[in-house]
Design a protein around this ligand. Structure first.
Ligand code: 2AM
Length: 173
């Protein structure tokens, strides 16, 4: 199975981001269904059941010092090579970056390739854009509050990709 760690968007944040996209976020690409919105922390890739179990136990054994918190998705950006139009925080998110680094490291123990690019927190809005999207009339202002992180399975079906939460771990006490 293909897996990654990420943050879920709570229903309010999901709706707010989707509403903002309907009003202001136009792009010539494939719109990500709102139900699929998430913020990737660490992409792990393909693992078998044994590696999945090893990884989950390694996360269980680790006591994260990252507490719950929030990031404000208040800017958009475009990565031309993958054609990704995204929303993300304009302010640095050091706690999330530290969490992402640790999860990458744990993923490395079951064969995940180490990500060389610096962590860029974002929620993908459109994929496969063929041209840079026009600047929006107003930026999003969506608060993404988090108190846990999630291991997702990414599944490619006949109707496209879908994500299933495999396990959650709480953040903060
Ligand atoms: P995204 O975070 O830009 O949307 C599952 O595939 C998730 O992991 C996607 O959300 C995807 O992009 C992210 N991801 C990060 N690195 C990836 C990679 N090398 N291959 C596939 N997906 C990757």
């Amino acid at each position: 199975m293909r897996i990654f760690f990420g943050l879920e968007l709570d229903p309010d944040a999901r709706r707010a981001l989707s509403d903002w996209r309907d009003r202001h976020g136009f792009a010539d690409g494939r719109a990500v269904p709102a139900v699929n919105f998430h913020l990737t922390l660490a992409f792990i890739g393909a693992v078998d059941n044994r590696k999945l179990d090893t990884l989950c136990r390694a996360v269980d054994d680790w006591d994260p010092d990252t507490g719950f918190g929030e990031v404000v998705l208040d800017q958009v950006g475009y990565w031309p090579k993958p054609g990704i139009y995204w929303a993300g925080p304009s302010q640095p998110a050091p706690a999330l970056a530290a969490l992402a680094r640790k999860l990458q490291h744990l993923g490395g123990q079951v064969g995940a390739r180490l990500e060389k690019k610096p962590f860029a927190p974002h929620v993908t809005l459109y994929r496969s854009c063929t041209a840079p999207p026009p600047a929006p009339a107003a930026p999003p202002t969506v608060t993404l509050a988090y108190d846990h992180f999630t291991l997702f399975e990414s599944h490619m079906g006949r109707l496209g990709v879908s994500y299933r939460a495999v396990e959650h771990w709480p953040l903060g006490r």
